[in-house]
Write a protein that binds this ligand. Sequence first.
Ligand code: PLP
Length: 460
Amino acid sequence: MSVSAVAADRSVCAPLPVLGRDVLVPLVTGGEVDYAALDYAASAPALQRVWDDVAAYAPYYGSVHRGAGYLSQLSTDLFENSRATIAKFLGCGRREGDQVVFTRSTTDSLNLLAAVLPQNTRVFVFETEHHASLLPWEQRPDTAVTYLNAPRTPQQAVDTLEKALAEREPYGPALVCVTGASNVTGELWPVRELAAAAHAHGARIVLDAAQLAPHHPIDIAELDVDWVAFSGHKLYAPFGAGVLAGRADWLQAAEPYLAGGGASRKVSRRTDGGVDVEWHTTAARHEAGSPNVIGAYAIASACQALTEAGFDGLVAREQELIARVREGLAEVPEVKVLSLFGDDAPRVGVLSFVVEGWNSSHFAAALSAEYGIGVRDGLFCAHPLVRTLLGSEPQEPGECGAPEAAPGERSLNAIRVSFGAGTPDEHVERFVRAVKELVADGARWNYRTEDGRCVPDTSA
Ligand code: PLP
Protein backbone atom coordinates (compact mmCIF):
# COMPACT_ATOMS: atom_id res chain seq x y z
CA MET A 1 0.00 0.00 0.00
CA SER A 2 1.43 3.41 -0.90
CA VAL A 3 1.71 6.20 1.65
CA SER A 4 -0.87 8.27 -0.17
CA ALA A 5 -3.37 5.42 -0.23
CA VAL A 6 -3.03 4.98 3.50
CA ALA A 7 -3.11 8.71 4.21
CA ALA A 8 -6.47 8.86 2.48
CA ASP A 9 -7.78 6.27 4.91
CA ARG A 10 -9.27 8.17 7.82
CA SER A 11 -9.33 5.08 10.04
CA VAL A 12 -5.54 5.43 10.67
CA CYS A 13 -5.17 5.99 14.41
CA ALA A 14 -2.66 8.11 16.33
CA PRO A 15 0.30 6.41 18.05
CA LEU A 16 -0.66 4.97 21.42
CA PRO A 17 1.10 6.57 24.40
CA VAL A 18 4.08 4.48 25.51
CA LEU A 19 6.71 4.93 28.19
CA GLY A 20 10.06 6.35 27.17
CA ARG A 21 8.76 8.66 24.47
CA ASP A 22 10.43 11.69 26.06
CA VAL A 23 13.69 10.04 27.09
CA LEU A 24 16.71 11.99 25.84
CA VAL A 25 19.89 10.16 24.88
CA PRO A 26 23.32 11.68 24.21
CA LEU A 27 24.74 11.85 20.69
CA VAL A 28 28.43 11.14 20.24
CA THR A 29 28.59 14.21 17.99
CA GLY A 30 27.22 16.41 20.79
CA GLY A 31 23.81 17.27 22.19
CA GLU A 32 20.84 15.08 22.96
CA VAL A 33 17.87 13.74 21.09
CA ASP A 34 14.74 11.90 22.11
CA TYR A 35 15.31 8.17 21.82
CA ALA A 36 13.80 6.53 18.74
CA ALA A 37 12.95 3.02 19.92
CA LEU A 38 12.92 1.01 16.69
CA ASP A 39 13.57 -2.41 18.18
CA TYR A 40 9.97 -3.33 19.01
CA ALA A 41 10.48 -6.86 17.68
CA ALA A 42 12.91 -7.54 20.53
CA SER A 43 10.95 -5.80 23.29
CA ALA A 44 8.32 -3.11 22.80
CA PRO A 45 8.03 -0.17 25.18
CA ALA A 46 5.30 -0.48 27.80
CA LEU A 47 1.98 1.07 26.92
CA GLN A 48 1.26 3.98 29.27
CA ARG A 49 -2.12 2.39 29.91
CA VAL A 50 -0.46 -0.88 31.01
CA TRP A 51 1.89 1.01 33.31
CA ASP A 52 -0.99 3.00 34.80
CA ASP A 53 -3.09 -0.12 35.36
CA VAL A 54 -0.20 -1.90 37.05
CA ALA A 55 0.58 1.16 39.19
CA ALA A 56 -3.08 1.44 40.23
CA TYR A 57 -3.11 -2.20 41.26
CA ALA A 58 0.33 -2.22 42.95
CA PRO A 59 -0.87 -1.10 46.44
CA TYR A 60 -3.38 -3.95 46.41
CA TYR A 61 -0.79 -6.54 45.39
CA GLY A 62 -1.11 -9.74 47.38
CA SER A 63 -0.41 -13.46 47.23
CA VAL A 64 -2.44 -15.37 44.66
CA HIS A 65 -4.51 -18.51 45.30
CA ARG A 66 -3.40 -19.41 48.81
CA GLY A 67 -4.02 -16.31 50.87
CA ALA A 68 -7.08 -15.83 53.10
CA GLY A 69 -6.75 -12.05 53.33
CA TYR A 70 -8.72 -9.45 51.40
CA LEU A 71 -5.84 -8.43 49.13
CA SER A 72 -5.01 -12.05 48.40
CA GLN A 73 -8.55 -12.61 47.27
CA LEU A 74 -8.52 -9.43 45.23
CA SER A 75 -5.23 -10.48 43.59
CA THR A 76 -6.55 -13.96 42.89
CA ASP A 77 -9.60 -12.47 41.19
CA LEU A 78 -7.38 -10.13 39.18
CA PHE A 79 -5.17 -13.04 38.11
CA GLU A 80 -8.09 -15.22 37.02
CA ASN A 81 -9.91 -12.30 35.38
CA SER A 82 -6.70 -11.59 33.44
CA ARG A 83 -6.79 -15.15 32.17
CA ALA A 84 -10.39 -14.64 31.06
CA THR A 85 -9.57 -11.33 29.31
CA ILE A 86 -6.70 -12.95 27.41
CA ALA A 87 -8.87 -15.93 26.49
CA LYS A 88 -11.40 -13.49 25.04
CA PHE A 89 -8.66 -11.54 23.20
CA LEU A 90 -7.58 -14.81 21.54
CA GLY A 91 -11.09 -16.03 20.79
CA CYS A 92 -10.54 -19.06 23.04
CA GLY A 93 -14.00 -19.00 24.54
CA ARG A 94 -15.58 -20.01 21.24
CA ARG A 95 -13.94 -23.42 21.36
CA GLU A 96 -14.72 -26.03 23.95
CA GLY A 97 -11.88 -27.03 26.26
CA ASP A 98 -9.32 -24.30 25.49
CA GLN A 99 -7.09 -23.08 28.30
CA VAL A 100 -4.82 -20.11 28.90
CA VAL A 101 -1.65 -21.09 30.73
CA PHE A 102 0.61 -18.34 32.04
CA THR A 103 4.30 -18.84 31.32
CA ARG A 104 7.36 -16.61 31.34
CA SER A 105 7.56 -15.99 27.58
CA THR A 106 7.05 -17.47 24.11
CA THR A 107 10.21 -19.53 24.61
CA ASP A 108 8.80 -20.90 27.84
CA SER A 109 5.39 -21.57 26.26
CA LEU A 110 6.88 -23.58 23.40
CA ASN A 111 9.16 -25.50 25.74
CA LEU A 112 6.11 -26.30 27.86
CA LEU A 113 4.30 -27.64 24.80
CA ALA A 114 7.38 -29.65 23.81
CA ALA A 115 7.43 -31.16 27.30
CA VAL A 116 3.78 -32.28 27.20
CA LEU A 117 3.76 -33.84 23.71
CA PRO A 118 2.32 -37.33 23.73
CA GLN A 119 4.83 -40.18 23.39
CA ASN A 120 6.37 -40.50 19.93
CA THR A 121 5.03 -37.26 18.52
CA ARG A 122 6.29 -36.24 15.09
CA VAL A 123 7.00 -32.51 14.83
CA PHE A 124 7.21 -30.51 11.58
CA VAL A 125 8.91 -27.15 11.69
CA PHE A 126 10.30 -24.79 9.05
CA GLU A 127 14.00 -23.94 9.27
CA THR A 128 12.93 -20.30 9.06
CA GLU A 129 11.60 -20.24 12.62
CA HIS A 130 12.99 -18.20 15.49
CA HIS A 131 15.14 -20.45 17.67
CA ALA A 132 12.39 -20.40 20.31
CA SER A 133 10.14 -22.35 17.96
CA LEU A 134 12.91 -24.23 16.12
CA LEU A 135 14.80 -25.76 19.02
CA PRO A 136 12.49 -27.00 21.81
CA TRP A 137 11.29 -30.12 19.98
CA GLU A 138 14.43 -32.26 20.07
CA GLN A 139 14.69 -32.37 23.83
CA ARG A 140 12.61 -35.53 24.19
CA PRO A 141 14.28 -38.60 22.67
CA ASP A 142 10.91 -40.01 21.56
CA THR A 143 10.02 -36.92 19.50
CA ALA A 144 10.98 -37.07 15.82
CA VAL A 145 11.52 -33.67 14.21
CA THR A 146 11.26 -32.93 10.48
CA TYR A 147 12.88 -29.63 9.50
CA LEU A 148 11.36 -28.12 6.38
CA ASN A 149 13.36 -26.02 3.94
CA ALA A 150 12.63 -22.30 3.59
CA PRO A 151 9.74 -21.76 1.17
CA ARG A 152 9.94 -18.78 -1.24
CA THR A 153 6.19 -18.16 -1.44
CA PRO A 154 3.32 -18.66 1.02
CA GLN A 155 1.86 -21.29 -1.32
CA GLN A 156 5.19 -23.11 -1.35
CA ALA A 157 5.04 -23.19 2.45
CA VAL A 158 1.69 -24.94 2.32
CA ASP A 159 2.84 -27.33 -0.43
CA THR A 160 6.06 -28.15 1.42
CA LEU A 161 4.15 -28.95 4.59
CA GLU A 162 1.50 -30.97 2.73
CA LYS A 163 4.18 -33.06 1.04
CA ALA A 164 6.17 -33.63 4.23
CA LEU A 165 3.06 -34.68 6.14
CA ALA A 166 1.87 -37.00 3.36
CA GLU A 167 5.29 -38.63 2.87
CA ARG A 168 5.63 -39.59 6.50
CA GLU A 169 2.18 -41.08 7.04
CA PRO A 170 1.15 -43.07 8.93
CA TYR A 171 2.21 -41.55 12.23
CA GLY A 172 0.66 -41.17 15.64
CA PRO A 173 0.42 -37.74 17.23
CA ALA A 174 1.89 -34.97 15.09
CA LEU A 175 2.48 -31.27 15.58
CA VAL A 176 3.29 -28.45 13.17
CA CYS A 177 4.94 -25.34 14.57
CA VAL A 178 4.79 -22.13 12.57
CA THR A 179 5.35 -18.45 13.13
CA GLY A 180 2.58 -15.95 12.40
CA ALA A 181 4.92 -13.12 11.42
CA SER A 182 8.65 -13.48 10.88
CA ASN A 183 10.90 -11.73 13.39
CA VAL A 184 13.37 -11.15 10.52
CA THR A 185 11.30 -10.08 7.52
CA GLY A 186 8.02 -9.21 9.23
CA GLU A 187 6.28 -11.27 6.54
CA LEU A 188 3.01 -12.95 7.45
CA TRP A 189 2.80 -16.71 7.09
CA PRO A 190 -0.30 -18.43 5.67
CA VAL A 191 -1.39 -19.68 9.07
CA ARG A 192 -4.97 -20.61 8.18
CA GLU A 193 -3.85 -22.62 5.16
CA LEU A 194 -1.07 -24.34 7.10
CA ALA A 195 -3.56 -25.21 9.84
CA ALA A 196 -5.91 -26.70 7.26
CA ALA A 197 -3.04 -28.76 5.80
CA ALA A 198 -1.98 -29.95 9.24
CA HIS A 199 -5.49 -30.94 10.24
CA ALA A 200 -6.16 -32.68 6.92
CA HIS A 201 -3.29 -35.01 7.84
CA GLY A 202 -4.34 -35.47 11.46
CA ALA A 203 -1.63 -33.18 12.84
CA ARG A 204 -2.07 -30.32 15.26
CA ILE A 205 -0.55 -26.88 14.90
CA VAL A 206 0.93 -24.33 17.30
CA LEU A 207 1.22 -20.70 16.25
CA ASP A 208 4.25 -18.75 17.43
CA ALA A 209 2.51 -15.40 17.71
CA ALA A 210 5.38 -13.52 19.38
CA GLN A 211 5.55 -11.10 16.45
CA LEU A 212 1.95 -11.40 15.30
CA ALA A 213 0.03 -10.67 18.50
CA PRO A 214 1.36 -7.09 18.91
CA HIS A 215 0.34 -6.20 15.35
CA HIS A 216 -2.77 -8.17 14.46
CA PRO A 217 -5.88 -9.53 16.10
CA ILE A 218 -5.66 -13.28 16.62
CA ASP A 219 -8.67 -15.55 16.66
CA ILE A 220 -7.60 -19.04 17.58
CA ALA A 221 -10.90 -20.58 16.43
CA GLU A 222 -11.04 -18.66 13.17
CA LEU A 223 -7.41 -19.46 12.31
CA ASP A 224 -8.14 -22.99 13.50
CA VAL A 225 -4.82 -23.37 15.26
CA ASP A 226 -4.55 -25.66 18.27
CA TRP A 227 -2.28 -23.44 20.36
CA VAL A 228 -0.98 -19.90 20.37
CA ALA A 229 2.17 -18.75 22.18
CA PHE A 230 3.27 -15.16 22.78
CA SER A 231 5.22 -12.91 25.16
CA GLY A 232 4.03 -9.94 27.21
CA HIS A 233 7.19 -7.90 26.63
CA LYS A 234 6.59 -7.76 22.88
CA LEU A 235 2.95 -6.85 23.50
CA TYR A 236 3.72 -3.64 25.42
CA ALA A 237 3.50 -5.47 28.77
CA PRO A 238 7.09 -6.01 30.00
CA PHE A 239 6.46 -7.72 33.32
CA GLY A 240 7.93 -11.17 32.69
CA ALA A 241 4.86 -13.14 31.66
CA GLY A 242 3.88 -15.06 28.53
CA VAL A 243 1.00 -17.19 27.37
CA LEU A 244 0.33 -20.63 25.94
CA ALA A 245 -3.33 -20.84 24.99
CA GLY A 246 -5.26 -23.61 23.32
CA ARG A 247 -6.33 -27.20 23.65
CA ALA A 248 -6.25 -28.58 27.17
CA ASP A 249 -6.11 -32.32 26.43
CA TRP A 250 -2.36 -32.80 25.81
CA LEU A 251 -1.56 -30.37 28.60
CA GLN A 252 -3.73 -32.16 31.10
CA ALA A 253 -2.62 -35.67 30.11
CA ALA A 254 1.04 -34.86 30.75
CA GLU A 255 3.07 -34.57 33.89
CA PRO A 256 3.34 -31.00 35.18
CA TYR A 257 5.98 -28.87 33.47
CA LEU A 258 7.30 -27.87 36.89
CA ALA A 259 6.61 -29.91 39.99
CA GLY A 260 5.67 -27.91 43.05
CA GLY A 261 3.03 -26.03 44.97
CA GLY A 262 0.19 -24.57 42.98
CA ALA A 263 0.29 -27.48 40.48
CA SER A 264 -0.52 -30.08 43.12
CA ARG A 265 -4.02 -30.58 44.54
CA LYS A 266 -3.20 -33.22 47.15
CA VAL A 267 0.09 -34.65 48.38
CA SER A 268 0.34 -37.53 50.83
CA ARG A 269 2.93 -39.91 52.16
CA ARG A 270 2.62 -43.52 51.04
CA THR A 271 2.98 -46.45 53.38
CA ASP A 272 6.19 -47.43 51.54
CA GLY A 273 7.65 -44.06 52.51
CA GLY A 274 7.21 -42.35 49.15
CA VAL A 275 4.91 -39.47 48.19
CA ASP A 276 1.68 -39.57 46.20
CA VAL A 277 0.63 -36.47 44.29
CA GLU A 278 -2.68 -35.57 42.75
CA TRP A 279 -2.05 -32.84 40.20
CA HIS A 280 -4.51 -30.16 39.17
CA THR A 281 -6.34 -30.70 35.92
CA THR A 282 -6.71 -27.00 35.16
CA ALA A 283 -4.15 -24.53 33.79
CA ALA A 284 -2.65 -24.51 37.32
CA ARG A 285 -1.13 -27.95 36.53
CA HIS A 286 1.59 -26.17 34.56
CA GLU A 287 1.85 -23.04 36.69
CA ALA A 288 3.67 -24.38 39.75
CA GLY A 289 5.14 -21.79 42.09
CA SER A 290 3.79 -18.38 42.99
CA PRO A 291 2.10 -16.87 39.93
CA ASN A 292 3.29 -13.66 38.30
CA VAL A 293 0.08 -11.76 38.92
CA ILE A 294 1.47 -8.41 37.74
CA GLY A 295 2.78 -9.97 34.53
CA ALA A 296 -0.57 -11.63 33.84
CA TYR A 297 -2.50 -8.45 34.61
CA ALA A 298 -0.18 -6.38 32.41
CA ILE A 299 -0.82 -8.69 29.44
CA ALA A 300 -4.58 -8.50 30.03
CA SER A 301 -4.35 -4.71 30.24
CA ALA A 302 -2.43 -4.59 26.94
CA CYS A 303 -5.00 -6.86 25.27
CA GLN A 304 -7.74 -4.55 26.49
CA ALA A 305 -5.89 -1.41 25.39
CA LEU A 306 -5.22 -2.74 21.89
CA THR A 307 -8.80 -3.92 21.52
CA GLU A 308 -10.17 -0.57 22.67
CA ALA A 309 -7.81 1.37 20.38
CA GLY A 310 -9.05 -0.83 17.53
CA PHE A 311 -6.81 -3.08 15.51
CA ASP A 312 -8.15 -1.70 12.20
CA GLY A 313 -6.73 1.74 12.94
CA LEU A 314 -3.52 0.35 14.45
CA VAL A 315 -2.89 -1.87 11.44
CA ALA A 316 -3.64 0.98 9.02
CA ARG A 317 -1.17 3.22 10.82
CA GLU A 318 1.50 0.57 10.94
CA GLN A 319 1.08 -0.10 7.22
CA GLU A 320 1.65 3.60 6.64
CA LEU A 321 4.91 3.45 8.61
CA ILE A 322 5.98 0.30 6.76
CA ALA A 323 5.31 2.01 3.42
CA ARG A 324 7.39 5.03 4.47
CA VAL A 325 10.33 2.90 5.52
CA ARG A 326 10.19 0.67 2.46
CA GLU A 327 9.81 3.60 0.06
CA GLY A 328 12.68 5.41 1.79
CA LEU A 329 15.00 2.40 1.72
CA ALA A 330 14.10 1.71 -1.91
CA GLU A 331 15.67 5.08 -2.79
CA VAL A 332 19.05 3.85 -1.55
CA PRO A 333 20.52 1.37 -4.06
CA GLU A 334 23.12 0.19 -1.53
CA VAL A 335 20.36 -1.09 0.78
CA LYS A 336 19.00 -4.59 0.27
CA VAL A 337 15.87 -5.47 2.23
CA LEU A 338 15.66 -9.16 3.14
CA SER A 339 12.57 -11.00 2.05
CA LEU A 340 11.41 -14.57 1.72
CA PHE A 341 8.07 -13.98 0.03
CA GLY A 342 8.80 -10.88 -2.08
CA ASP A 343 7.79 -7.22 -2.13
CA ASP A 344 4.04 -7.79 -2.21
CA ALA A 345 3.88 -10.09 0.81
CA PRO A 346 1.69 -8.80 3.63
CA ARG A 347 3.89 -7.89 6.59
CA VAL A 348 4.11 -6.28 10.02
CA GLY A 349 6.47 -3.48 11.06
CA VAL A 350 9.65 -5.57 11.11
CA LEU A 351 12.28 -5.17 8.34
CA SER A 352 15.81 -6.47 8.04
CA PHE A 353 18.35 -5.19 5.58
CA VAL A 354 22.02 -5.04 4.72
CA VAL A 355 23.93 -2.07 3.39
CA GLU A 356 26.52 -2.70 0.70
CA GLY A 357 30.02 -1.96 1.94
CA TRP A 358 28.94 -1.67 5.57
CA ASN A 359 29.37 -3.95 8.51
CA SER A 360 25.87 -4.20 10.05
CA SER A 361 27.15 -3.69 13.59
CA HIS A 362 28.98 -0.55 12.47
CA PHE A 363 25.84 0.76 10.77
CA ALA A 364 23.63 0.03 13.79
CA ALA A 365 26.20 1.64 16.12
CA ALA A 366 26.22 4.79 13.98
CA LEU A 367 22.40 4.94 13.95
CA SER A 368 22.51 4.86 17.73
CA ALA A 369 25.47 7.10 18.45
CA GLU A 370 24.84 9.75 15.79
CA TYR A 371 21.02 9.73 15.53
CA GLY A 372 19.69 8.31 18.82
CA ILE A 373 18.01 5.44 16.97
CA GLY A 374 17.84 2.01 18.59
CA VAL A 375 17.77 -0.87 16.08
CA ARG A 376 19.27 -4.35 16.23
CA ASP A 377 21.98 -6.09 14.25
CA GLY A 378 22.94 -9.74 14.05
CA LEU A 379 21.13 -12.92 13.10
CA PHE A 380 18.09 -12.24 15.32
CA CYS A 381 17.97 -15.74 16.88
CA ALA A 382 16.94 -17.09 13.49
CA HIS A 383 20.36 -18.13 12.17
CA PRO A 384 19.23 -20.55 9.43
CA LEU A 385 16.71 -18.04 8.05
CA VAL A 386 19.06 -15.06 8.00
CA ARG A 387 21.82 -17.13 6.42
CA THR A 388 19.38 -18.33 3.75
CA LEU A 389 18.35 -14.74 3.06
CA LEU A 390 21.93 -13.48 3.01
CA GLY A 391 23.18 -16.50 1.09
CA SER A 392 26.08 -16.69 3.50
CA GLU A 393 27.98 -19.66 4.84
CA PRO A 394 27.32 -20.95 8.34
CA GLN A 395 29.66 -19.43 10.89
CA GLU A 396 30.31 -20.13 14.52
CA PRO A 397 26.94 -19.87 16.20
CA GLY A 398 26.64 -16.99 18.64
CA GLU A 399 23.87 -16.80 21.20
CA CYS A 400 21.82 -13.95 19.81
CA GLY A 401 24.20 -12.61 17.21
CA ALA A 402 27.46 -13.73 15.75
CA PRO A 403 31.10 -12.73 15.63
CA GLU A 404 31.44 -9.37 13.93
CA ALA A 405 33.89 -8.08 11.41
CA ALA A 406 35.81 -4.92 12.26
CA PRO A 407 34.17 -1.55 11.51
CA GLY A 408 34.04 -0.93 7.78
CA GLU A 409 34.48 -4.59 6.90
CA ARG A 410 31.68 -6.43 5.25
CA SER A 411 29.43 -8.25 7.70
CA LEU A 412 27.60 -11.54 7.52
CA ASN A 413 24.84 -10.12 9.68
CA ALA A 414 21.88 -7.85 9.04
CA ILE A 415 20.24 -4.79 10.58
CA ARG A 416 16.63 -4.94 11.80
CA VAL A 417 14.29 -2.02 12.28
CA SER A 418 10.93 -2.66 13.94
CA PHE A 419 8.10 -0.52 15.20
CA GLY A 420 4.50 -0.65 16.32
CA ALA A 421 1.58 1.00 18.04
CA GLY A 422 3.63 3.61 19.90
CA THR A 423 5.92 4.73 17.07
CA PRO A 424 5.60 8.38 16.04
CA ASP A 425 6.11 9.38 12.39
CA GLU A 426 9.24 11.31 13.31
CA HIS A 427 11.07 8.15 14.40
CA VAL A 428 10.71 6.42 11.06
CA GLU A 429 11.40 9.69 9.22
CA ARG A 430 14.61 10.15 11.22
CA PHE A 431 15.55 6.55 10.51
CA VAL A 432 15.12 6.91 6.74
CA ARG A 433 17.05 10.20 6.75
CA ALA A 434 19.83 8.64 8.83
CA VAL A 435 20.19 5.67 6.47
CA LYS A 436 20.42 8.01 3.49
CA GLU A 437 22.98 10.27 5.18
CA LEU A 438 25.16 7.43 6.45
CA VAL A 439 25.23 5.77 3.03
CA ALA A 440 25.89 9.06 1.22
CA ASP A 441 28.37 10.67 3.62
CA GLY A 442 29.67 7.85 5.83
CA ALA A 443 29.81 7.88 9.62
CA ARG A 444 30.86 11.14 11.24
CA TRP A 445 32.66 9.36 14.06
CA ASN A 446 35.27 6.63 14.43
CA TYR A 447 34.17 3.27 15.77
CA ARG A 448 36.11 0.35 17.21
CA THR A 449 35.26 -3.23 18.06
CA GLU A 450 34.73 -4.03 21.73
CA ASP A 451 33.57 -7.48 22.89
CA GLY A 452 32.54 -8.30 19.34
CA ARG A 453 30.42 -5.17 18.86
CA CYS A 454 31.08 -1.83 17.23
CA VAL A 455 31.12 1.09 19.64
CA PRO A 456 32.03 4.75 19.18
CA ASP A 457 35.73 5.29 19.78
CA THR A 458 35.83 7.92 22.48
CA SER A 459 39.49 7.37 23.37
CA ALA A 460 40.83 10.30 21.28
N1 PLP B 1 9.27 -16.26 18.43
C1 PLP B 1 9.53 -15.17 17.71
C2 PLP B 1 8.99 -15.08 16.31
C3 PLP B 1 10.29 -14.14 18.26
O1 PLP B 1 10.55 -13.05 17.55
C4 PLP B 1 10.78 -14.29 19.58
C5 PLP B 1 11.64 -13.24 20.19
O2 PLP B 1 12.22 -12.42 19.54
C6 PLP B 1 10.47 -15.43 20.28
C7 PLP B 1 9.71 -16.41 19.68
C8 PLP B 1 10.95 -15.63 21.68
O3 PLP B 1 10.33 -14.73 22.51
P1 PLP B 1 10.80 -14.60 24.04
O4 PLP B 1 12.24 -14.19 23.97
O5 PLP B 1 9.91 -13.56 24.60
O6 PLP B 1 10.62 -15.91 24.63
